[in-house]
Write a protein that binds this ligand. Sequence first.
Ligand code: TEU
Ligand code: CA
Length: 557
Amino acid sequence: MTNPWWQSAVVYQVYPRSFQDSNGDGIGDLPGVTRRLDYIKRLGADVIWLNPVYQSPGVDNGYDISDYYAINPEFGTMTDFDKLLATAHAKGLKIMMDIVVNHSSNQNEWFKESAKSRDNPYADYYIWRDPVDGHAPNNWGGFFGGSVWEYVDSRQQYYLHSFAVEQPDLNWENPKLRRAVYDMMNFWVKKGVDGFRLDVINLISKPTSFADGQPNAGEPYADIGPIIANGPRLNEFLQEMHDQVFAGHDLITVGETPGASVADAQQFAGRQRHELNMIFEFEHMDLDGNADPRLGKWNDQPVKLVDLKRCLTKWQTGLHGTAWNSLYWNNHDQPRIVSRFGDERPAYRQRSAKMLATLLHFLQGTPYVYQGEELGMTNAHFTQLSHYQDLESVNAYHHFVDEEGAVSKETMLRYLAHTSRDNARTPMQWTGDLHAGFSTGKPWLPVNPNYERINAQASQTTPNSTFSFYKRLIALRHRLPVMTTGKYRLLLADDPAVYAYTRYTDNQTLLVICNFTAATQTRHFEQLPKGTPLLISNYDDDHGDTLRAYEAKVYLY
Ligand code: TEU
Ligand code: CA
């Protein structure tokens, strides 16, 4: 059996708002993406994942869609989209759309109609509940803080929103809503898009009971995440979507699934199940959470390497032969990996960025590269709340500092600088010129001041750059089937400094060795046949058992 094309593909994620502005308004747009396709092609990626570009009031940067059939005017027109798609295809690049169907915007016509009365054609497109004793139906709290319930006078009912108030959840129990979603997705399939990334798709099937949950100590609300994740009808809905949309098209489909376990992944992305090709798991992104469960992702803790190994190993071995992994360090919701798991000090930045890239790209799964990761772009280092635009960050600050006094202002700003989503969203650094070549106008989010040193132009003209290293890794994946098919075995499971593993088939082995520290380490790998040359390394030469700062090396034998 030959492997499906997306198993040996590499995806490049474009966050259009921050990629390339073409008209000087400080906001990246579709003509900007089209202009930069050659750059993505040069890197060697096969697929572009485009974050949402649909019409949206922009409360959550496009994850609040007001018209699924229209392009956000800030990004251009449908003609610009068609041009992007055609140009990408002409260059051999595929386009994967980001589809958000757990919720829409409250400015969507569906919601405006639904809110009018209890008996109109859209009345059951959203999740409405009567008040209980004059209050919200239960104590669930949303991802962006506060109750998930919002009262609407015209219906004298509450609607459920897992995210912002402006993002009402769609009611997947309603077959008419499901039909409308599939029709909409087919509109994009007919246009010729090559796949979908499905936002929080494992939240669409809500539980049958809306009973109160258990809040963390000191919190008024119970976290809705675990309550609604992986619900009772999820497999059924995904199989229906597969039948109605994916079947007969050779698409790439990836579900974003916070809270999904290996067993869940085996279902949603199981080989024979006709649901999704793969999912984004979150466990390796949640390893450096705050010890105080209320604060969760807000922290400034380094990850423990042994935990990272245990986690990635569980996913590697758990899905081998049964499902398929997505491999990622970064996306538009996560801080920059070189600042998080690597070392962004100038002496180590590129070295550690390449080390992290090595570790990830030799794993089994489909690698995702988030714009700027291939340059070793770093966190933003914002120092004031006013620098932040992301509603999650701003809400969390007000909640923990102003409302609860759970942490001091200084501590929270330190946490934001470490984990805020805006760290990923600062404009792409193209050149050392004004606004990093991103825009001729004032960018919607400040450019990282290190753009004079870290930018695509510099990276592309330096032979040993992080960019050229990513390019080599991607080329290797296309050339070496063992990177796609090989089994994974962890070595040195308890070693706190070095991550080493093999990938192997009956007649080939890859040995991957990564020093996660700035200190020199000595490790001996007796299985390595004497004289085996390096396949790839982030140093120019091989010092054998001696591993220099953030050294990464791979052997093939
Ligand atoms: O993110 C879903 C999700 O699980 C987020 O809560 C994520 O964990 C958080 O952003 C990390 O801090 C998706 C999108 O990727 C995100 O940009 C959207 O804001 C969210 O859905 C709502 O649509
Ligand atoms: Ca623009």
